[in-house]
Design a protein around this ligand. Structure first.
Ligand code: R5P
Length: 288
């Protein structure tokens, strides 16, 4: 078995190779120094993969990383790999998981269809709707990142966790069991891409250190509203913790209300403080 990492996931690929005690195949990402002037992606495998089971690790954010993933899968297959397990830590386009309006693309399914051309199976993490994995044309499984988040939060000695909306309850529940602290939740209504509203609720947070746990932080709007509510109710310290830290648009300004922000290495950012390599390594060991 060998690991190949796309340029969006080099540290995680390296971590996975270490966890599994297998080789990481070097990849060239630039044909010429500085890459192609028009921004097109380029990949070249710099080691053999013939006859190997290859674990291909690539997050699909931002969008050009999807093209790079397909180029790598194609190169690995052409180089004679016998099996390709795609590890897509953050499955971009996962939120367009159905046709909300006539004529729309079901983006998540479209990506999966192309993935199935060269890959034999998919492992991903905290996808918006795990149910969609059953409709993909290749075996696909969700690996939980919450053990990693739970372990980290335990080390920071938080008093409780908070799910900022219904969707995050399953994440907060799992992380709270690992961190060994209780959790509560809020109800959220999304007004538009940048604006959310929460239903007022009394929380037992006075003087406590609270971590808001979510799958994704995008604009930080959700976290900002929840964190302000926690501070208004007397929380001593507020930590924002997510699996996928996209941190787009006004995110950094929105997150200023938090005392700390932590994200995993599914998407790399200055807030990446936790690795999910052990979680993916365990899932790969369990593959038959
Ligand atoms: C929504 O269901 C997700 O769990 C996140 O709460 C959401 O994607 C976060 O987005 P933003 O940071 O833009 O509020």
């Amino acid at each position: 078995m060998k690991v190949v990492g796309g340029s969006a996931s080099v540290p995680l690929a390296l971590g996975l190779a270490r966890e599994l005690s297998i080789d990481l195949v070097d990849v060239g990402f630039e044909k010429h120094p500085g890459g192609f002037p028009d921004g097109e992606r380029y990949v070249r495998l710099l080691g053999p993969v013939s006859g190997e089971h290859v674990v291909l690790v690539q997050t699909t954010h931002p969008s050009p990383m999807i093209v790079e993933l397909f180029l790598l899968a194609d190169a690995i297959r052409d180089a004679g790999a016998r099996r390709i397990t795609a590890v897509i830590p953050y499955f971009g386009y996962g939120r367009q998981d159905k046709r909300f309006l006539d004529g729309e693309a079901v983006s998540a399914k479209a990506i999966a269809k192309h993935l199935a051309v060269d890959c034999d199976e998919l492992l991903t993490m905290a996808i918006h709707n795990a149910g969609i994995l059953k409709t993909f044309p290749l075996p696909a499984r969700e690996v939980s990142g919450m053990p990693a988040i739970g372990r980290y939060l335990k080390s920071t000695k938080v008093d409780m966790l908070l799910a900022p909306d219904d969707n995050a309850i399953r994440f907060a529940k799992e992380a709270s069991a690992i961190a060994g602290v209780p959790f509560d939740s809020l109800e959220k209504e999304r007004i538009d891409s940048y604006t959310v509203k929460i239903t007022p609720k009394a929380l037992a947070v006075h003087g406590k250190s609270v971590a808001i746990v979510d799958d994704v932080i995008s604009t930080g709007g959700t976290i900002a509203v929840a964190a302000k509510e926690l501070k208004a109710q007397g929380a001593r310290r507020v930590i924002a913790a997510c699996v996928h830290g996209l941190f787009v648009g006004p995110a950094e300004a929105n997150l200023k209300v938090c005392d700390d922000v932590i994200a995993t290495d599914t998407v790399l950012s200055p807030h990446t403080k936790v690795s999910v390599a052990p979680e993916f390594a365990a899932a790969i060991r369990a593959l038959r």
